[in-house]
Design a protein around this ligand. Sequence first.
Ligand SMILES: Cc1cc2nc3c(=O)[nH]c(=O)nc-3n(C[C@H](O)[C@H](O)[C@H](O)COP(=O)(O)OP(=O)(O)OC[C@H]3O[C@@H](n4cnc5c(N)ncnc54)[C@H](O)[C@@H]3O)c2cc1C
Length: 406
Amino acid sequence: MDFSMSPEIEAVRDMVSRFMTNEVVPVMEDFEKRQEFPRELIRKAGEAGLYGAVFPESVGGSDMGYMAAAVIIEEMSRQEVRFTSCNNQQGGTCPQAIYLAGTPEQVQKYVPNLLGGRTIGMMSLSENDSGSDALIAMKTFARRDGDVYRITGQKMWASIANETDVGILMAKTDRNAGAKGVTAFIVEPKKYPGFTAKPIDMLGMSKAFRTNAVYLDDFVVPVENRLGAEGEGAKIIMRALQPGRLNVAAKCVGLAQACFEEATRYANERTVRQQPIGRLQMIQDAIAEMATAIEASRTLVYRAAWAMDNDQPTNRIASIAKYHASQTAKMCADKAQQIFGGYGFAREYRVSWYRVYADMLYNGEGSANIQKILIAEDALGYKQADRHHGKTGLRDIRQTDIAEQR
Ligand SMILES: Cc1cc2nc3c(=O)[nH]c(=O)nc-3n(C[C@H](O)[C@H](O)[C@H](O)COP(=O)(O)OP(=O)(O)OC[C@H]3O[C@@H](n4cnc5c(N)ncnc54)[C@H](O)[C@@H]3O)c2cc1C
């Protein structure tokens, strides 16, 4: 067993660190104040290779793998968690789904532009009446009408849908087939009529990256933009969500680390009775709890990334990593805020809003309860978490020759 990180990945971490320090951190608060989507910054991040680590060079990626991707997201999140709000759309679930199931034409048309930050992505699965059970309870329906589908329904919580150029949207094509009636579509809301995104007023969250309710009224999607066959949507999205879970777990580690760094700095600066509060044992207790949990979560995230890079079963370990890291982020955000005392509630201190992000990550991309069910059912022998490993029939992300069709 080797716990060292390769020099290539350490170099990537340094590059991301410099990019965030120089390009993102100085301007992100201004974007927030102006409530402006940082489109140009996303293009720069794409150009720097922040979204393409797991994709082959043939589609604009760097082919560095999931370990590099985890390190990139961890570092981005450590410096500015709000800027990671589009990572899954640019470099995760959205391009992954297209890469896994798209025709060579679809892959070449859409994936390089998403990874390069030249087009803005989206992944719209959840609805107002369905979240954890989205695939079963989905009501949005796509009706075939000659050369197009017309999609009607309401989607919910679609991140950056108000800005998207190209996204993945899930809809039923057969109302009576449960999850097997779900189909995936590549949608282009700016090009075709019938798509309206309305930003949701979210407590304490980014005003630059918005989460949206989406209203679909005979929204037009050309048949050539269907992703995979009718009814294949569940298989595609479940496979594409696996790395998404790793992304969220890495994001949680970065956020927890940010809480820890803010808390230790403040504990050394703030004095009570002529001594830094860091000298108080109860503050030390909090610091020790944070340091220990972060190390454990980071190790789990890297373990899951290693499994993905080495074609090992990943579903169970990705769930464990996501659950543990999201708990760690919540705990660290809570302790950091307490260490800041009253200042922990003043908006100018980042720890005042870190908690909201930690809570959101605890529930997003498969809630903590859902991860625990998967982990426990596997342990109890009811449902093996990795039963589909190597059997999806979808293209593998390590497959560089996209002309080699399914
Ligand atoms: C900021 C933000 C951004 C998001 N971005 C996107 C996006 O881009 N695209 C997208 O499609 N979705 C997105 N989501 C939706 C997110 O994935 C869902 O919120 C999540 O899947 C949970 O669904 P839900 O909110 O409907 O909760 P529900 O599924 O209604 O769950 C409510 C509660 O019940 C629990 N629960 C549910 N089922 C079970 C069970 N079987 N056993 C025990 N407990 C259970 C859950 O853990 C949770 O605590 C986003 C959400 C947020 C907050």
